[in-house]
Design a protein around this ligand. Structure first.
Ligand code: FER
Length: 255
């Protein structure tokens, strides 16, 4: 583990490398976890392994207020996560072995990857969004997050949910985000993977996003949930297949 700083906030990170890098330039994928997630979640490790097996490097990090990184959970926002993602992309771009850069994220991290790719469309060559939580901004505008109702025009100081709190700033930031605009601004290739039994983020969100993107492949995993408890092998197979096609230098069957 090592530290990447983002404007005074330490982000704890790991770099996963292919077994044989052979001193050549390889693609680097920045991998983002979801809400309450962390960089060692099993589905993230599986996706990272799938990518390194194709010959890419993966930079995984705990984002603001999560895992071992700095910041308080209750004070995290999508703006802070976008800033973190941009800092991670900056770090990846400076790696001496880096060729092309990619963003991958799960759920709220998938949404963050989509939003950041739109801002960095000149240097992000592709996006892998795993069960992306695209509905968060619209839900925040409707006054419904985490199964809680609130007045969207009089944002509460915080939402209390389970034994945690989430400040109103999370809601205010989410309300300001236009996901469709980000989808329209990104012309590179996108892979979206989503289980059709996901109770946290409806698969319909990904169907809409896939329609809107100019160049998107949607892989719906039949019978799977938000973190792929049932068919993680199908997720990693979809990621590998897409990587062979869109990450230069990756190879089928490469270890
Ligand atoms: C919500 C539904 C899903 C929400 C967040 C999520 C903050 C994120 C899920 C994830 O990242 O896994 O209402 O509100």
């Amino acid at each position: 583990m090592f530290t990447i700083m983002d404007d005074g906030i330490p982000l704890q990170a790991e770099l996963d490398l292919p077994e044989k890098a052979e001193g050549k330039k390889i693609p680097v994928v920045v991998l983002l976890h979801g809400f309450t997630g962390y960089k060692e979640e099993p589905h993230l490790l599986a996706v990272s392994r799938a990518l390194t097996e194709t010959g890419a490097a993966v930079l995984r990090a705990d984002l603001y207020g999560h895992g071992k990184s700095g910041g308080q959970f209750r004070k995290h926002t999508l703006f802070k996560w976008i800033s973190n993602a941009m800092a991670l992309v900056d770090y990846a771009a400076k790696l001496d072995f880096a060729s092309d850069l990619y963003l991958c994220g799960h759920s709220q991290g998938g949404l963050t990857a989509m939003l950041t790719a739109a801002m960095e469309s000149d240097r992000i060559r592709g996006v892998i969004a795993l069960s992306p939580a695209c509905m968060i901004p619209a839900d925040a505008r409707k006054g419904s997050l985490l199964g809680l109702r609130f007045d969207p025009e009089h944002v509460p100081d915080y939402l209390a949910w389970s034994d945690r709190k989430l400040d109103g700033s999370y809601i205010r930031v989410a309300q300001s985000i236009q996901v469709e605009e980000a989808e329209d601004r990104y012309a590179g290739p996108v892979l979206i993977v989503h289980g059709d039994q996901d109770n946290a983020v409806p698969v319909k969100c990904s169907m809409e996003a896939a329609q809107r993107y100019r160049n998107c492949r949607l892989k719906v995993i039949s019978g799977d949930d938000h973190c792929y408890a049932f068919h993680l092998d199908q997720v990693t197979a979809a990621v590998k297949e897409w990587a062979f096609r869109y990450l230069p230098g990756t190879e089928e069957g490469k270890k």
